[in-house]
Design a protein around this ligand. Structure first.
Ligand SMILES: *[C@@H]1O[C@H](CO)[C@@H](O)[C@H](O)[C@H]1NC(C)=O
Ligand SMILES: *[C@@H]1O[C@H](CO)[C@@H](O)[C@H](O)[C@H]1NC(C)=O
Ligand SMILES: *[C@@H]1O[C@H](CO)[C@@H](O)[C@H](O)[C@H]1NC(C)=O
Ligand SMILES: *[C@@H]1O[C@H](CO)[C@@H](O)[C@H](O)[C@H]1NC(C)=O
Ligand SMILES: *[C@@H]1O[C@H](CO)[C@@H](O)[C@H](O)[C@H]1NC(C)=O
Ligand SMILES: *[C@@H]1O[C@H](CO)[C@@H](O)[C@H](O)[C@H]1NC(C)=O
Ligand SMILES: *[C@@H]1O[C@H](CO)[C@@H](O)[C@H](O)[C@H]1NC(C)=O
Ligand SMILES: *[C@@H]1O[C@H](CO)[C@@H](O)[C@H](O)[C@H]1NC(C)=O
Ligand SMILES: *[C@@H]1O[C@H](CO)[C@@H](O)[C@H](O)[C@H]1NC(C)=O
Ligand SMILES: *[C@@H]1O[C@H](CO)[C@@H](O)[C@H](O)[C@H]1NC(C)=O
Ligand SMILES: *[C@@H]1O[C@H](CO)[C@@H](O)[C@H](O)[C@H]1NC(C)=O
Ligand SMILES: *[C@@H]1O[C@H](CO)[C@@H](O)[C@H](O)[C@H]1NC(C)=O
Length: 525
């Protein structure tokens, strides 16, 4: 995939604008890098396998709240998020044909966040039938290496094929989660220290062949896979090394999946401003992925982030669950899109601190829409509908690490400009009292050249402060569970319908309060 430079784009846009007489060519700034045309469902999710029944429910009891939240994103981007079912628990899951429930999970001292002893029953697969028009990646257990895990592959593959039977439902399956940590995982060592790249490839080949051997040939989706789903770009197995050892020699890799977290939930020195609301940090984190992608996409295989979120080990309260993390989420998604990463799957699990939503009420968390969901909604609103339009995005470099800007083109025409102001504004003081300091704003000015317009619409993603965990709105809409089960509800106490004046030479200035995003929309609704 070659990246098109704006200079190249301008020619196309100029022609388009003349033909359609829509607008004058809109120049942002010479030399910015425009992404390739986005594929569908850029804003996607990954769900912990052991939490899938909570998130999706089953046919007699579907989780319609989750479905509403997926629909909201689908309504903005034109297609629903693609859902990957996997994570650490995919590598613990064993099949029990006699289990009367979807799942039997037992927590151990290895993690208090998810069960590390886990059996799934036949009805686990019913959860795949609850969300219409959603495509999945199903994760198989590779880490276990017993008779029971071999039987699990043989018995669950046909069940997966029954519910995810063709291109409409299945993107493709995945064998193993983060095998580059099998030798080192804090949740238990799963392979000897001499297990290397060629061993991984041999085992991957053997286990994917096992799956292929038992599925109906009509389930041809199971002949190609996402791989290698490594946790990092340079852990104890090298992602480039596994290709050098002939992973995918049978042309059976459809997409390259890599995982990414900015830092860890308990890593020293992690702060909202320094670690998450920090564009430089996001750029640094993604740089290693881009270096890997540059090598692997030479194989002609798309590269995406199959599991990602703010802070690994399921997030940290006060950081990953705050509105600041939502602003991070917008910047992270848009930066990945601007750099030709094919899709971003934000990881979710019941009770996780970085959740976009909690699907059921438990003793640890209340069912509801959480702040990070607004990061996904914000990114979807900026990117727009990639089903009906050819969407391209470019980062507009700004000077401060605490801010980021992007321009989005629809069919070659400038459609939106987003400014994410990540300068920290706390709503509450450390003692819990409300901050009475006035909230600062920064004025942003952009010159586009003649636009043929006198004003443009402003939409805002905002909350009381970066530390807020509730009261968040996107263009005056709340997606909270308690209002209308996650469907958008327009709040009448939030300003909407603002406009920014455009001067005759095509300059626009607008204020963006600290810890919020402003979107300028050039096309008229
Ligand atoms: C465009 O991309 C090139 C190569 O990745 C990079 O060196 C340059 O800084 C980028 N320019 C802008 C304006 O982002
Ligand atoms: C959102 O999408 C759902 C499902 O596709 C549809 O039923 C609903 O009407 C849409 N809502 C809006 C506001 O477009
Ligand atoms: C469907 O979900 C409900 C609620 O969790 C549960 O009571 C029921 O047993 C489930 N059905 C199956 C077939 O697992
Ligand atoms: C669930 O798993 C535990 C062991 O972790 C086991 O003791 C229990 O019998 C299992 N329950 C069912 C219904 O299989
Ligand atoms: C969990 O407890 C077992 C003993 O019951 C111990 O051997 C193991 O090291 C512990 N694991 C962790 C991750 O603490
Ligand atoms: C997995 O089990 C098989 C059969 O027992 C054995 O041949 C193989 O060496 C094992 N692989 C690993 C990585 O332990
Ligand atoms: C992996 O180790 C085996 C010996 O156990 C060796 O034959 C093979 O060359 C090694 N592969 C790589 C990629 O290092
Ligand atoms: C496989 O697909 C073909 C053509 O659609 C159909 O005739 C056949 O019945 C299918 N086989 C099974 C086992 O479903
Ligand atoms: C990968 O990690 C090793 C140390 O484990 C280091 O020596 C090497 O430079 C790293 N490679 C890259 C590309 O970062
Ligand atoms: C943002 O991250 C960079 C790179 O980690 C760091 O050097 C810088 O100090 C951070 N900025 C802020 C405002 O914390
Ligand atoms: C906001 O709150 C955090 C956490 O209490 C604190 O570290 C930070 O200094 C505060 N920032 C500002 C700008 O007041
Ligand atoms: C706006 O209204 C909602 C719903 O009634 C309420 O929860 C929220 O606190 C209000 N927000 C502001 C900024 O007043």
């Amino acid at each position: 995939m070659s990246r098109r430079r704006l200079v190249g784009w301008l020619v196309g846009a100029f022609i388009t604008s003349l033909v359609n007489a829509v607008s004058h060519p809109i120049r942002v700034q010479a030399g910015i890098n425009v992404s390739s045309i986005l594929t569908q469902s850029f804003v996607s999710f990954s769900i912990e396998l052991s939490s899938f029944p909570d998130f999706a429910g089953n046919l007699s009891n579907p989780n319609t709240f989750s479905l509403n939240l997926l629909d909201n994103i689908g309504n903005l981007t034109g297609s629903k998020p693609i859902i990957r079912i996997g994570g650490n628990t995919q590598d613990y899951a064993l099949y029990d044909p006699d289990l009367p429930t979807a799942l039997n999970g037992t927590y151990t001292n290895a993690s208090s966040d998810y069960p590390t002893i886990l059996t799934i029953g036949k009805s686990f697969f019913e959860s795949y039938l609850t969300w219409p028009d959603v495509q999945y990646i199903h994760g198989f257990n590779m880490a276990s290496n017993t008779t029971a895990s071999q039987d699990t592959l043989l018995e669950t593959a046909p069940l997966a094929c029954d519910v995810l039977s063709d291109g409409l439902e299945l993107i493709c399956p995945q064998m193993g989660n983060e095998p580059d940590l099998y030798k080192t995982s804090a949740q238990g060592i799963k392979r000897p220290s001499n297990w290397n790249e060629s061993d991984y490839v041999a085992e991957w080949d053997e286990k994917t062949e096992l799956v292929k051997s038992v599925i109906d040939p009509n389930c041809s989706g199971y002949y190609t896979w996402v791989a290698p789903s490594f946790a990092g770009t340079n852990n104890s197995l090298s992602p480039v090394g596994v290709w050098q050892n002939a992973l995918g020699r049978d042309n059976d890799i459809k997409e390259v999946s890599s995982h990414n977290y900015i830092s860890g939930a308990t890593s020293p020195g992690v702060t909202l401003q320094g670690t998450l609301m920090n564009h430089t940090r996001t750029v640094e984190s993604i740089d290693a992925q881009l270096q890997l992608a540059a090598i692997l996409t030479q194989l002609g295989i798309p590269f995406f982030l199959g599991e990602t979120n703010s802070l690994y080990n399921e997030g940290a309260p006060g950081l990953s669950d705050s509105f600041g993390a939502a602003l991070w989420g917008v910047d992270f998604n848009l930066w990945c899109a601007a750099n030709d990463i094919e899709r971003v799957h934000m990881h979710q699990g019941t009770n996780y601190r970085y959740n976009a939503w909690q699907p059921v009420t438990t003793s640890k968390a209340t069912k509801g829409t959480k702040a990070p969901y607004y990061g996904s909604i914000g990114a979807a609103a900026v990117l727009g509908n990639s089903v009906v339009h050819n969407i391209q995005i470019a980062n507009v470099p700004l000077t401060d690490a605490r801010e980021a800007a992007y321009v989005v083109f629809e069919d070659g025409i400038l459609a939106r400009l987003a400014v994410i102001n990540m300068m920290q504004y706390n709503y509450t003081n450390p003692n819990g009292s409300i901050n009475t300091e006035p909230r600062p704003s920064k004025t942003y000015s952009f010159t586009f050249g003649p636009t043929g317009k006198t004003s443009v619409r402003i939409q805002r993603l905002i909350a009381n402060g970066s530390d807020s965990i509730s009261g968040i709105t996107m263009d005056g809409r709340s997606y909270n569970y308690e209002l209308d089960q996650g469907r958008p509800v327009i709040l009448n106490n939030i300003t909407t319908g603002e406009r920014a004046a455009v001067s005759s030479n095509g300059s626009v200035s607008f204020d963006v309060p600290w810890s919020s995003m402003g979107i300028l929309t050039f096309e008229e609704a």
